[in-house]
Write a protein that binds this ligand. Sequence first.
Ligand code: HXC
Length: 488
Amino acid sequence: MTGPPRSPSPAVSRIEPAVVRRRVDMLTDPGSFVEFGSRARHRATAFGMQARRPAGDGVITGHGTVDGRPVGVFAQDPSALGGSLGEVHATKILTVLRWTERARMPVVGLLDSGGARIQEGLAALDGYGAIFRAHVQLSGRVPQLSLILGACAGGAVYSPALTDVIIMLRENAHMFLTGPQVVKAVTFEEVSPAELGGAEVHTRRSGVAHLVAGNHADAIDLARRVLSYLPDSCWDEPPMGVPAPAGVLPRLPESPRIPYDVRGVIGGLVDADSFLELQPRFARNLVTGFARIEGRPVGVVANQPLALAGALDIAASEKGARFVRLCDAFGVPLVVLVDTPGFLPGTRQETNGVIRKGAKLLYAFSEATVPRLTVVLRKAFGGAYIVMNSKSLGADAVFCWPGAQMAVMGAEGAVDIVYRRELRDDPEARQGLVASYEREVMGSHLPAERLSVDEVIEPERTRSVLAATLRTLAGAIRPRFRHDNLPQ
Ligand code: HXC
């Protein structure tokens, strides 16, 4: 072995040690950060390591406050041995994680590391193993956030993958299990760091990153915002914000076939500027994010008619399932807005396991014990009607807007199946049958009659009804450990 692989062109611009300290200072309230382990040094001797023993061993660790709330922090320093993780570096991170467990406070990792320190061999791998286990033991107990601020590889990407929210810089940040050099050596594939694991890949295609930031200040602002919706731990209640009026609720298009942006509806129901969408570019057919209603944090899950007509698919199911579990783990009530034609049909979905993956969303909603409210905006068909927090899955309240349609499937599809033989003889009859199916099987009065819907409400009353229901159900949030937040 001759040392770690080197890239011909740096994946990140070289940074000075002071930059990492500035990152910590930007995150924590002025004067609040208490560091420990600043004089720690590794004891490795192989590969001339005696001559390279940076103080702190490539990571700043400690605790401070963020907007007045205690938070554990670790920040890797790529200017010290590439931010790579050896035994001492690992011990320092483990200490932070132990503190967060003891103090029941969130932890924020600022990651910028080439992964396991090659020169330290198994000591480095075992360090990661212990860190992974510690993240898992904290999962669902305290919020865990990861900021990806440079080229991260190996354990430096698996460790964030075990946390709740990943925020990534748009430029000069990468996440991959193995870097471009190793990829080339093993598969002969030539790929740039950005193509392999840049923000574009992880926000649009893999769904690994939840949020993308233009610069360090933005990334840290986003971390503060995420923390503002979450309690310090599952044993605390989510923090109330300052109530604000909602934006203007748009009118939905008359025709159920015309798409609209459900984010406009969200904006008309939640406190102004309170909506923070997670994974906005991944599985765009399902919108997930935090918001507030009269200051109370909620998790919003909404079908997006702009993408795939709002149909559910594998990616949306996994995205939704993890978000629902995150909210449930930390006592954040769920508000679910439904407008979906069903699950996306097709061989690609079936062979890639939509049964297994869709079941995750079904499972997550069924399991959730936080207050769960659903509003059917326009239509809810088939499996997707059930999956999207229906009454039968245990929703506390299901509302619908006047004219909303709920059925096993849309009218045309239903008529074509049920009247297949009749239509062969008399194709002209189709239109009349569609109309009578719409009238007799799909109307919003039917689910309301059989209490699949608790109340049909006018769009303009929706916010006040949601707010009042959330207020009434506030006592249902008994802070306690519910479950972990298993990566989907
Ligand atoms: C020791 C490392 C290192 C590592 C980088 N460095 N990664 N040192 N162990 N894992 C050092 C380099 O030697 C270099 O030192 C400095 O960090 C900067 O690295 P460069 O390659 O010059 O930087 P850049 O071109 O920006 O590329 C960054 C990189 C690349 C893409 C991260 O360094 C890389 O591919 N590293 C290896 C990544 C990897 O395969 N890690 C997986 C480890 S296994 P000098 O002295 O020149 O400043 C692992 C197991 C986890 O983590 C288990 C998972 C389940």
